[in-house]
Design a protein around this ligand. Sequence first.
Ligand code: AR6
Length: 176
Amino acid sequence: MEKELRDRIEIVEGDITKMEVDAIVNAANTSLLGGGGVDGAIHRTAGPELLAETRKIGGCPTGEARVTKGYRLPAKWVIHTVGPIWSGGNRDEDELLASCYRNSFKAAIEIGAVTIAFPSISTGAYRFPMEKATNIALSETKSSLLANQSIKKVVFVCFGSEVYKKYQEVFREVFT
Ligand code: AR6
């Protein structure tokens, strides 16, 4: 069981906009109107049709997720989730980040996505501590994959070698 579960997770270093998966997850903000970091890269690659669709959605609360098409991205869908801004750890940041992963998986299952790629939500502009965020990402993924057999592959796309190394390290802890 554990082995099978581990085989459904992949950790790669790279750019999420290039991923050929059913759905990529965007680390967005509550406006859903784009921004910097991974959000900016996704909007640039998808093209202006993405912004037109997110405008119609009208925003998303922290911890929740909303789905759009992928437009010019190789991915068919974008699951936009809003991570918490780190402000010391006493404002429900852990639980809000965990719900980003849970709600993204829920959305992926609803649209029938079988392969899904995640960035490291909240650890850039939103300053969530990397180690804590990685633990939450991998623990929530483990629970969601155990509960749902429909998702066959989850790819964690690490932007840079430090993020990649941290994911490898935490993966060994969470999956042994
Ligand atoms: N592919 C994969 N990961 C990436 C890419 C990419 N192309 N570009 C950056 N990252 P951030 P947040 C990594 O700041 O902390 C935006 O302005 C990045 O190195 O993108 O959730 C939104 O509009 C880091 O490891 O997202 C919000 O306002 C991770 O993605 C705010 O930033 C997340 O960094 C959200 O902040």
